[in-house]
Write a protein that binds this ligand. Structure first.
Ligand SMILES: [Zn+2]
Ligand SMILES: [Zn+2]
Length: 191
């Protein structure tokens, strides 16, 4: 089963990227993935995404679906560029969302240092066995190092729609701050 891009025939499918419904007649991307839970050998399931969510989360599938398709896609060039970015920086599709750490128990997957309570952290997803699984966190200040690009804010905002303008301001500062260095009062000294 190839990956597909098409107009949604119903409004019942939920996007596997952002969790919200895909409207009837909207363009959707179908990611054909192995169905490990089916009895039949080689069985596949189709996972549906909004085009932007697919470009972010399943860039290879998105680009393959687009190949040879004549579906009219607004912002096609921009989406292709985003997907190419996700292929070039292979950790980027792991970016789940931003949040303030509710506890200080999680260690950063980039620098191994504990993430302080209330500090911004980026939640990660690993793709395995045909689905995304939660896979820990990195300091927002370590994100540019971990993802090997500092161009993260649009992606974070897309998958964290509840962020306020004030949140975005402090988060953007952390994302640009460089590797985490524990100092008093959570200040980053830029080291
Ligand atoms: Zn979506
Ligand atoms: Zn870190």
């Amino acid at each position: 089963m190839p990956h597909v891009i098409e107009r949604a025939t119903t409004g019942r499918a939920k996007c596997r990227g952002c969790g919200s419904a895909i409207a009837k007649d909207a363009v959707r991307v179908g990611d054909a993935v192995p169905n490990l839970f089916a009895d039949k050998e080689g069985a596949e399931a189709m996972h549906w995404y909004h085009p932007l969510c697919a470009a972010y989360r399943r860039p290879e599938s998105f680009l393959q679906a687009l190949e040879g398709s004549d579906v009219e896609l607004p912002d096609r060039e921009a989406l292709v560029a985003l997907a190419a970015d996700g292929v070039a920086h292979h950790r980027l599709p792991r970016l789940d969302r931003a949040e303030r750490a509710p506890t200080a128990r999680a260690a950063c997957r980039a620098c191994r240092v504990a993430i302080p309570k209330d500090a911004w952290r980026i939640a990660l997803l690993f793709w395995q066995d045909g689905r995304f699984a939660p896979a820990g966190f990195v300091h927002a200040t370590c994100a540019a190092t971990y993802f090997e690009t500092a161009d993260l804010l649009d992606r974070v905002r897309h998958f964290t729609p509840a962020l306020t303008d004030a949140d975005v301001e402090t988060l953007a500062r952390d994302l640009a701050a460089g590797p985490y260095a524990p100092t008093a009062a959570g200040e980053s000294d830029g080291r």
